[in-house]
Design a protein around this ligand. Sequence first.
Ligand code: GTP
Ligand code: MG
Length: 460
Amino acid sequence: MKTFNEDTIAAISTPAGESGISIVRLSGKDALNIAKKIFKPLKDKKLEEAASFSTHFGFIVDPKNKEIIDEVIVGVMRAPSTYTREDIVELNCHGGPVPVRRTLELLLEGGARLAEPGEFTKRAFLNGRIDLAQAEAVIDVIKARTEEGLKAAVSQLKGNLSNKIKELAGALTGACVMIEANIEFPEEEIETTDLNGVKKNLINILKEINRLVATAESGKLLREGVKAAIVGRPNVGKSSLLNELLEEERAIVTHIPGTTRDIIEETINIEGIAFVLTDTAGIRASNDFVEKKGIERSLKSLEEADLLLVMFDGSTGLSKEDYEIMNLAAGKKVIIVVNKTDLKQKIDAAKTFKDKKAVNISIKNKTGLSQLKKAMVQAVREKSPAGRENIIITNTRHKHLLQKAGVAVERAIDSIKKGMSEEFPAVDIREALDHIGEITGRVSTDDILNKIFSNFCIGK
Ligand SMILES: Nc1nc2c(ncn2[C@@H]2O[C@H](COP(=O)(O)OP(=O)(O)OP(=O)(O)O)[C@@H](O)[C@H]2O)c(=O)[nH]1
Ligand SMILES: [Mg+2]
């Protein structure tokens, strides 16, 4: 089988430090030959004759002085049914830094080259086992911190996004063929209804592209976590809420307004979604120097948040400050949290802010908290018109390319509407195809590949 790489690469594929085992990995056409130079099997079996997916017990021996470095199990996987589609040898060493480093050094002396970050996965891509979107999913699987993030990454790794992209590319190619036939055989007089048909198809393609782009917002949140800031005037119970959600006395709670000064940030997992919660200083006009600094930080946190939990004290009625905070929150995703419902109530926030989601809670009596959590999850999920295939765009690169493709398709539709010469929509559709092709790597440059794979760890 033709592969793009002449050299054989080696790397330590497990994290540094002490562990039960550590894996040194080799990939390339000389993997078996290089491993053979330093591996002495217990039984006199030849490594180069080993069957694919077989394991072999023995020793790593320094060929220069016959010193035994480690006792190992060696796994042999033969091309093309491997991660990289090349021959792969995995040396399972004891997980100490010294045997692993020595083993790697011997492999390098034996003719292997140290792998670059992500180079094993890059080879899987270059050798055609996976496309670029799937390669990018590998790193998302590794870096996933929540179940939902993992689910999205695994779906992409399985090729669900790639299939969708191929479907779109197929439809665009179809439209292009129709238009170009018109250019090449004008005398055949393809009827205007045909161009109308192409226009309709393009409108559907554009809808689908826009729907995918719309999933990117929640996709980013799934991948990176939702920044949720608890904001409100002093003493409404913000720190109490943080502690309650964390199930830990993390922040200081007192009856004195202006207790919290610094931002406290903690991550919680609700239904598989990571929420990065910040407890902030109560927002009010203050002359206290330190408190003012704290409030500045609250405002910054408010601005940067994906989701705001705007808290009110139900027992005191809405003050001027409460309204000011609602103004600051304008344009943001907001959940109104009315606290202290165990006391006599003076406000009905749900009525006052009709268009906003409101939840009544009492931290003291522990009521309303599950409704609040549900509302937080919904606030993220409702942004996710993921469609029946449940494809979510989690990668900003993909989002930008889809947006560019959308603009080009829009231009093509416009040209047809205006009855412009067929060359114009044809060029636009080709441009859209190029953008879409970059997602799966059908169209790619070294620059793009280097940027993507440099985010990986060495050995993957
Ligand atoms: N009755 C009642 N009191 C509550 C409730 N939640 C919090 N409190 C009390 O309200 C006071 C203020 O609580 P905190 O959590 O410190 O309020 P905060 O919003 O963080 O206040 P600052 O840090 O000053 O901005 C404390 O005395 C809490 O015990 C509740 O549900 N019911
Ligand atoms: Mg506080």
